[in-house]
Design a protein around this ligand. Structure first.
Ligand SMILES: NC(=O)c1ccc[n+]([C@@H]2O[C@H](COP(=O)([O-])OP(=O)(O)OC[C@H]3O[C@@H](n4cnc5c(N)ncnc54)[C@H](O)[C@@H]3O)[C@@H](O)[C@H]2O)c1
Ligand SMILES: O=P(O)(O)OC[C@H]1O[C@H](O[C@H]2[C@H](O)[C@@H](O)[C@@H](O)O[C@@H]2CO)[C@H](O)[C@@H](O)[C@@H]1O
Ligand SMILES: [Mn+2]
Length: 455
């Protein structure tokens, strides 16, 4: 087992989440002792703007932790014990394209779902593999990569195919966020909830919500029928969700459960089960990417500049489940705690009627050797069929990325539930290829050599 104090590298150090994650680490130093924190990013300018804020957060808690900021992989990863990965390949400017191109065709525009998520996946798989190779080249051979980089479902499938033995644990904070909201509704701390859950990342369902052994899903069902998965005044969610788009996301659990009350759905299922209503409320000229660029990103970078000028750091970043969760998972990996967390793992029968090699999101006991998934059994035909369609779309997308296959990319887009026809799929894919020409060279070549000529 790895011995503390640890060297932790954050890949994507320029991320808007870095200060929040580092703050979450600082308040848990007794649980997760650190010798050094390193920031690594390919955008030096962006990272160097965030770095002073991060250093301030560290120095408010410790004078002993070494702090390193670099864009050199060897400096970033030599001897590292843990890597937190949170890259946004193409940054927000490409997220804006991911969201706006589908909306121009009347299709859901979303960061990780629908064509936007497929495009994001096409950009991210190979950079994620490159990061793994860099970490394996320089870091401690026992190092773990805990990955937040989205789209986590596609990234996890790409890593399974291209680096099956890599010590990577892909995670998502949405189920934990949902559990935070459940706790607020039930009046209990989220850590007291033990849940059963099955699905793919951003495409799953809670089947039980135990508090001291009693299933409180019935009580949640009654609340959700009135208010969605939020307290009545919506005050109990974290600031990250105060944006109107996020309040609506949580309120939309109501229509989902009005139709299918058996299980409590991940909020992302609204994009797949009520896409027309989503598109009706989305502004094709101002999407979530714009909200974040004018919100979270703008606020943090303005605060960083203010801090540089005055030495006073305004309140500019949020510390919530996002940071707390990755620290919980890292602690369980580091000290073999066997804590039960919802993580993304190879199925291997955990969901009995999904493919053995699917990358699924289920409860698992997190050990020093990695996650041990809990068997969720066979899921109902309705959920199995939805899952199989989504899984096929994601797996074909990964194959399209690896093979440079336009055909498989078109199949992946066509299979996605948010895309109504093959004509929509082709029109959106062709625009995505043009917008991503610097990120998808192989697909670009296939497109230019053949498909784009056929109208
Ligand atoms: N899994 C989850 O549940 C979850 C939750 C929140 C955020 N996220 C993800 O975390 C990531 C960061 O989100 P954000 O909003 O802070 O993005 P951001 O754009 O603010 O920061 C991402 C950083 O990654 C850097 N980057 C891009 N490509 C890189 C590469 N190849 N190597 C190193 N760094 C690279 C960028 O330069 C940027 O500084 C995104 O992928 C986002 O979707 C995931
Ligand atoms: O639109 P964004 O960039 O604000 O959020 C997109 C991410 O949304 C989820 O993460 C939430 C999380 O659920 C919430 O509790 C808090 O921590 O903020 C996060 C970011 O808003 C989702 O899990 C991620 O995959 C998305 O990237
Ligand atoms: Mn997520």
């Amino acid at each position: 087992m790895l011995k503390p104090p640890f060297i932790l590298s954050i890949a994507g150090g320029g991320s808007t989440y870095t200060p929040g994650i580092v703050k979450s680490l600082m308040v848990r130093l007794e649980d997760f002792p650190l010798a050094e924190i390193r920031l690594y990013d390919i955008d030096e300018a962006r990272q160097s703007t965030i770095a002073p804020v991060v250093e301030k957060v560290i120095r408010d808690h410790s004078q002993n932790i070494k702090f390193t900021v670099t864009s050199d992989p060897q400096t970033a990863f030599s001897g590292a014990h843990f890597v937190f990965a949170q890259m946004r390949v193409g940054q927000y400017k490409m997220r804006e394209q991911d969201e706006k191109i589908p909306l121009r065709h009347g299709v859901v525009g979303q960061e990780t779902c629908g064509p936007g998520g497929l495009a994001y996946g096409l950009r991210t798989i190979l950079p994620m593999v490159e990061l793994i190779d860099l970490v394996e080249r320089y870091a401690d051979k026992r190092a773990w990569i805990v990955n937040y980089s989205n789209p986590a479902a596609i990234v996890a499938e790409g890593v399974r195919r291209l680096r099956p033995d890599a010590r990577v644990l892909n995670i998502c904070d949405m189920p934990v966020a949902a559990m935070r909201n459940m706790g607020a509704i039930l009046g209990v701390d989220r850590h007291k909830l033990e849940v059963d859950y099955f699905g793919l990342n951003h495409f799953g369902w809670f089947t039980r919500v135990l508090v001291d052994g009693e299933d409180r899903l019935p009580q949640l069902r009654e609340h959700i029928a009135r208010f969605g998965l939020l307290t009545e005044d919506a005050a109990q969610t974290d600031p990250q969700h105060s944006d109107p788009s996020w309040v609506k996301t949580w309120r939309n659990i109501k229509p989902l459960m009005d139709h299918f009350p058996e299980y409590l759905p991940n909020p992302y299922l609204q994009y797949y089960l009520m896409p027309n209503e989503i598109v009706e409320h989305q502004d094709p000229n101002y999407t979530r990417a714009n909200e974040v660029m004018n919100g979270r990103e703008k606020k943090l970078f303005a605060a960083a500049q203010e801090y540089q000028r005055t030495g006073i750091l305004p309140d500019a970043f949020h510390v919530g489940v996002h940071g707390a969760f990755i620290v919980d998972v890292a602690c369980s990996l580091a000290f073999d705690l066997r804590q039960r967390h919802l993580v993304i793992v190879e199925n291997k029968g955990a969901i009995a009627n999904l493919p053995y090699d699917a990358m699924v999101e289920v409860p698992a006991y997190i050990t020093a050797s990695g996650p041990e998934p809990v068997r969720m059994g066979a899921v109902p035909l309705f959920h199995q069929t939805l899952l199989m369609q989504q899984l096929a779309s994601e797996q074909l997308l990964v194959e399209a990325t690896i093979e440079g296959s336009y055909e498989k990319a078109l199949q992946a887009f066509t299979l996605n539930r948010t895309v109504p026809t093959m004509q929509h799929a082709k029109a959106i894919l062709d625009e995505m290829i043009a917008a991503n020409r610097e990120y998808w060279p192989a697909l670009q070549k296939a497109w230019e050599n053949g498909r784009a000529l056929k109208k």
